[in-house]
Design a binder for this molecule. Structure first.
Ligand SMILES: [Zn+2]
Length: 245
């Protein structure tokens, strides 16, 4: 079976326009021709997509050429979604206050999904799925997505077809610039993983806008992309789920 890789840019928002453009340039020159964009309609309560017509025209253009669009939270941070103690355990070392959907009740989550989807419709984006910020799902997440016609979701370890509930294991390469020790440790961990996960059928590469601000992270990403593209085919999420595990 062909070994595949899914490539995505997280936290796509007008607030990160310049960084997203730089990531797109790197991916293009690396030969990545299939891509997913995880778009946040109102990043941190501002940067409303509807107020960024040129940015949205760029997203629509990519969408028309086959780029898969995901809704990625409504605002991404946890303002208005306070954590209980067990949420701190789930989020430990994963995110600093960027797990918007983790602590929401199903009805609150549904309302935010509806608002985000309405904003997407206003700007002409048709998402294939939803990825919660920091990959932290709330309760009854799959049911909420199914009810809204969203077909695909993912967690840190797998990709799921929401319509059937079938999941494929797909470990993600993800660099974090949250803290200096992450930044130094990240690249070493990623190159060890390249060796260990050589035969895993499906891998993901998840790039975040702040990654471009760190030379070490950029270099590590380039090494990982070059290594993976040598023997893996870049797939769309739909292709990856259609070909099965
Ligand atoms: Zn995110």
């Amino acid at each position: 079976m062909t070994r595949g890789v899914l490539v995505s840019i997280h936290d796509v928002t007008p607030a990160h326009e310049d960084r997203v453009r730089r990531i797109l340039d790197v991916l293009e020159s690396s030969g990545v021709r299939q891509l997913a964009l995880l778009v946040v309609p109102r990043w941190h309560g501002s940067s409303d997509l509807r107020e960024a017509p040129e940015f949205c025209a760029g997203l629509r253009d990519l969408q028309a050429r086959g780029t898969e669009i995901f809704l990625h939270g409504l605002r991404h941070d946890e303002i208005g979604a306070p954590r209980a103690w067990h949420h701190h355990l789930r989020a430990f070392s994963r995110t600093e206050g960027e797990g918007e959907f983790m602590a929401l009740s199903p009805s609150e989550a549904g309302a935010r999904l509806d608002e985000g989807l309405a904003m997407f419709r206003d700007v002409g984006l048709a998402p294939i799925g939803f990825v919660p910020p920091a990959w932290l799902h709330g309760r009854e997440s799959e049911r909420l997505l199914r009810e809204r016609g969203l077909d695909v979701t993912e967690s840190s370890w797998s990709v799921t077809d929401v319509r059937t509930g079938a999941s494929r294991r797909a470990p993600a390469f993800c660099w974090s610039t949250l803290a200096a020790w992450h930044e130094v440790g990240g690249p070493m961990v990623q190159s060890a993983r390249l060796r260990v996960q050589k035969n895993v059928p499906l891998l993901r590469v998840a790039i975040h806008p702040p990654d471009v601000d760190s030379r070490r992270v950029r270099e590590s990403q380039q090494r990982v992309l070059d290594a993976l593209l040598e023997y893996r085919q870049v797939l769309s999420y739909r292709e990856a789920l259609a070909t099965g595990a």
